[in-house]
Each structure stands twice: as structure tokens, then as C-alpha cells.
Design a protein around this ligand. Structure first.
Ligand SMILES: NC(=O)c1ccc[n+]([C@@H]2O[C@H](COP(=O)([O-])OP(=O)(O)OC[C@H]3O[C@@H](n4cnc5c(N)ncnc54)[C@H](OP(=O)(O)O)[C@@H]3O)[C@@H](O)[C@H]2O)c1
Length: 136
């Protein structure tokens, strides 16, 4: 399923006879939807992140650039790694082979816990797509 916010997840629990396996929502360090993440973890629903690299719009964030320098990784790799550190499955889209390879390499390093916390702090409710909750 996709675009289930907390209200919808709570409602779903009242009537669903089959527990959902995956919830696909927009998620990035600049849209750190921590309450939905924690709820999904507690209910064993895998969170899947769409628009995880903000279509590159936040790659110039100086705080991200500093972390890229520390880890010698690209902005996309750093952001995707942050998702993985949270147990989230990011689904970045690319039509370019070299970027697909670059993005896959996010699975091949780890981040220090303090840097995960720093990236959590990037949150500013920044969205690429419309907030699905606005129609509730
Ligand atoms: N369920 C939903 O409601 C929903 C809503 C939105 C999106 N989605 C899905 O989520 C997936 C990803 O979301 P998205 O496409 O919105 O955003 P995204 O994955 O954050 O960004 C994709 C953009 O970033 C570029 N890119 C990819 N890898 C890059 C890299 N390593 N360096 C620099 N630029 C890079 C891509 O360009 P190139 O292709 O030119 O490389 C593309 O323009 C899509 O498959 C989409 O179908 C689902």
C-alpha cells in the first residue's frame, strides 16, 4: 500500500483482516516522518521511501555536503545510506546506468550513529509530492 499516514494506518487496523506488508510513503532526511516510521516498525510493516533523494533538489545542503566529504560518498549515496540505517527501503529512480550503480553502493558502507542523528535534524517538512493527508 502507499501513502498511508498515521490516521489511515490506525483506521486500517480497525478493519483489515490481512496486515499490510509494506507502506510506501514520501520520506527523506528533509521529510523525516518519524512517527509513521516508529508505528510501522512496531507493527512490522516495512516502510518504503519514495522520492528518497528529493530528485536531487537538496543535494546542495551544506550539512549534507560536509557529511559527503567525511565519508567520501556522493549526496545520493549518503541520503540512501541514511534510509538504510533506519531500516527503510528507499526506491530512488534513475534512467542512468552509472547512477543505478552509484545508488546501489549505498548498501556497502555504514554511518556513525551521531551522523544519523545529524541527518535526522535536516527535517523541515519538505515535500516533492502533494501531502496525501491534506485530503483527510
Ligand atoms: N507511491 C507514490 O505515490 C509515489 C509518488 C512519487 C514517486 N513514487 C515512486 O518513487 C520512485 C522514486 O521517486 P522520484 O522519482 O519521485 O524521486 P527520486 O528517486 O528522489 O529522484 C529521482 C531523480 O533523481 C535523479 N537521480 C537518481 N539517482 C541520482 C544520483 N545518484 N545522482 C543524481 N541524481 C540522481 C533521477 O534522474 P535520472 O533518472 O536522470 O538519473 C531523477 O530525476 C519512482 O520510481 C516513483 O514511481 C511513488
Amino acid at each position: 500500500m502507499a501513502n498511508y499516514n498515521l490516521a489511515l494506518l490506525h483506521e486500517l487496523k480497525q478493519y483489515a483482516t490481512i496486515k499490510p506488508a509494506v507502506n510506501q510513503i514520501e520520506f527523506s532526511p528533509w521529510l523525516f516522518q518519524e512517527k509513521i516510521l516508529n508505528y510501522c516498525k512496531s507493527e512490522h510493516i516495512q516502510l518504503q521511501a519514495y522520492s528518497p533523494i528529493t530528485r536531487g533538489l537538496k543535494f546542495g545542503d551544506p550539512r549534507l555536503v560536509a557529511l559527503c566529504e567525511k565519508y567520501q560518498k556522493t549526496p545520493a549515496q549518503m541520503v540512501l545510506r541514511w534510509h538504510l540505517e533506519h531500516g527503510i527501503s528507499p526506491i530512488p529512480k534513475s534512467v542512468k546506468r552509472e547512477r543505478l550503480v552509484e545508488n546501489f553502493e549505498a548498501g556497502q558502507f555504514s554511518m556513525e550513529a551521531q551522523d544519523v542523528l545529524i541527518m535526522n535534524g535536516f527535517h523541515e517538512n519538505f515535500r516533492i509530492c502533494e501531502d496525501p493527508g491534506q485530503y483527510l
